[in-house]
Write a protein that binds this ligand. Structure first.
Ligand SMILES: [Zn+2]
Length: 161
């Protein structure tokens, strides 16, 4: 089925800010529709409204499909339901960690969120939770800068949700 082929192409498209993770692993890629008029509609959910990377993702989606001969492509942003970091796949979390970015804390069972405390952030280098927030804004708006108190390495925390 052609839709599967298109989905396979799209699932190779990576995040412009974090080139090791794909938009499928981030949970951004929601749906693909192809009609007989050869028009492809791709539905994506932005990580957050106004994230500058989303324009890049739209461009990357279109050029990836163009490479395979699909020129009639529309990319639609779906804002409801809103993206959450829970949509990042297990494999995606591991890739973030391997890349040196602490993946977002999983909300399940972590009551600190209810009290407005900082999430438990794990050091991607030594896996310690003994970390502190250095800056709310890291290398991009989607990341915060943390420092590990054990190995003293600074690292990015993926915070968008
Ligand atoms: Zn560390």
């Amino acid at each position: 089925m052609k839709t599967n082929q298109i989905y396979n192409i799209l699932s190779q498209v990576t995040d412009p800010e974090i080139p090791v993770i794909t938009i499928a692993e981030l949970g951004i890629l929601k749906d693909v529709k192809w009609d007989d008029g050869d028009k492809i509609t791709v539905y994506i959910t932005p990580t957050y409204n106004g994230c500058p990377a989303m324009d890049m993702i739209t461009v990357n989606i279109k050029s990836a499909l163009q490479e395979h001969g699909y020129d009639n492509v529309e990319v639609i942003s779906v804002l409801e339901p809103a993206w959450t970091t829970d949509w990042i796949t297990k494999e995606g979390r591991q890739k973030l960690l391997d890349y040196g970015i602490s993946p977002p804390a999983e909300k399940t069972g972590d009551v600190s969120f209810l009290h407005g405390d900082s999430p438990k952030v794990q050091c991607p280098q030594c896996k310690s939770y003994h970390t502190e927030l250095i800056s709310r804004f890291g290398s991009t708006a989607c990341k915060a800068l943390y420092k590990c108190k054990d190995c003293l390495e600074p690292f990015d925390y993926f915070k968008c949700h």
